[in-house]
Design a protein around this ligand. Structure first.
Ligand SMILES: *Cc1c(COP(=O)(O)O)cnc(C)c1O
Length: 388
């Protein structure tokens, strides 16, 4: 008896909003196989090309031999292995925080941090374009949720000044997942300091990509004071790091509080220790392979320059996320399908993932792309837009 669902699904279909999964028949990479055909992909968050790296695959095999395949228990019971522990130390050291804590996914990390740090008497200040996991966590925390217009520091400051909440937490994507733009990190940190608010920075798309050695948004410019006690840094390990998982880095007291009370940490099985073992290798590649970031940045510059005359605008972004704003949902689907016919995969992003009227193609670039791949995408986009 599911009376409402078929109607719901029919309407989704009619509006061109029904989502379908494609089945990948190859490892994640810039050249992937679907339905036995090879495509050039601009779809993954594997920004550094590590998801299918031979050294990481070898680490996976060795990790399985050393630790088995499952953690078998939560971290607080008996699932916390030396591989997890070592990875946490290395991550904290790498980005200059006193402690770090591993979570199984970024979604769970955001759930855990936000609900552990603010409750009914607290207030959460959130950018309107934040990732769904931050919004869900805010609702679950039962704190007052105050959303401010995208990147509007003036409004944020006004809302903070007016708030009488006991605990205040500002939460934001560091690199916005559907837009590719970045927070003004230094300004944000000082505003939070001034109004006695904690700051949760979700750097899912910045870690590995931005900053000296890929250490993320906090190392992206001549930022000072980035490791102030009110800053809580979160990043995922399934994107540029190429594997799976997430971590939170902060002051000892924050991390210790999460270990005590973050439900998505306490009441779940630890991720397989072999993943932590692979991630130690991934961290080495992130830190040492500066050429991956250089190549990625060359691709970003080339794409932006060559698409300047396209009839649809690129959104302002200097990151590997390069969205082309098309607006209309059906039109964006049409362009995405036309690209697929030519062997190129670029996803169409539609409401409700993005606001109504802002449907877009979301190009994700990778260090694993060749210059010729970027030029091929540019050519096909110009041709399709001229045919419209
Ligand atoms: C992908 C993403 C997450 C979720 O991370 P997972 O590890 O995939 O669960 C959280 N925040 C942002 C901004 C993301 O892009």
């Amino acid at each position: 008896m599911l009376p409402d669902l078929s109607e719901f699904l029919r309407i989704r279909e009619q509006q061109g909003l029904k989502r379908r999964r494609t089945v990948l028949e190859s490892p994640q990479s810039v050249r992937i196989i679907i339905d036995k055909c090879e495509y050039l992909s601009f779809c993954s968050n594997d920004y550094l090309g590590l998801a299918n790296h031979p050294e990481l695959i070898q680490a996976a095999c060795l990790g399985a031999q050393q630790y088995g395949v499952g953690a078998g228990a939560s971290h607080l019971i008996s699932g916390h292995s030396e591989a997890h522990h070592l990875l946490e130390d290395k991550l904290a050291q790498f980005i200059g925080f006193s402690s770090a804590l591993l979570f199984s996914t970024g979604y769970m990390a955001n759930m855990g941090v936000i609900t552990a740090l603010v409750g009914r008497n607290g207030a959460i200040f959130a950018d309107k374009l934040n990732h769904a996991s931050l919004n869900d966590a805010a609702i679950l925390s039962r704190a007052r949720l105050i959303r401010y217009p995208h990147l509007d520091m003036t409004v944020l400051e006004q809302r903070l000044a007016k708030s009488g909440a006991k605990r205040k937490l500002v939460v934001t994507d560091a690199v916005f997942s559907m837009d590719g733009d970045c927070v003004p990190v230094e300004q944000l940190i000082s505003i939070c300091e001034q109004y006695d608010a904690m700051l949760l920075l979700d750097d899912a798309h910045g870690f590995g990509v931005l900053g000296d050695k890929g250490r993320g948004i906090l190392f992206s410019s001549a930022v000072k004071n980035t490791h102030a006690p009110h800053v809580i840094y979160m990043a995922t390990l399934g994107k540029a790091a190429g594997v799976f998982g997430a971590f939170v880095a902060a002051e000892n007291d924050v991390i210790e509080t999460l270990i005590q009370t973050a439900k998505s940490y306490v009441y779940t099985t630890a991720c397989p220790p072999l993943l932590a073992h692979i991630l130690l290798k991934s961290l080495e590649r992130i830190a040492n392979d500066e050429w991956r970031r250089e190549r990625l940045n060359q691709h970003i510059r080339l794409l932006k320059e060559r698409l300047r005359t396209l009839k649809w605008p690129l959104l302002p972004s200097d990151t590997p996320i390069q969205p082309i704003l098309i607006g209309d949902t059906q039109e964006v689907m049409h362009v995405s399908r036309a690209l697929k016919k030519k062997g190129l995969l670029v996803p169409a992003i539609r409401p409700p993932t993005v606001p109504q009227g802002t449907a877009r193609l979301r190009i994700s670039l990778s260090a694993a792309h060749q210059e010729a791949d970027i030029l091929r995408l540019v050519d096909e986009l110009h041709q399709i837009s001229n045919d419209q």
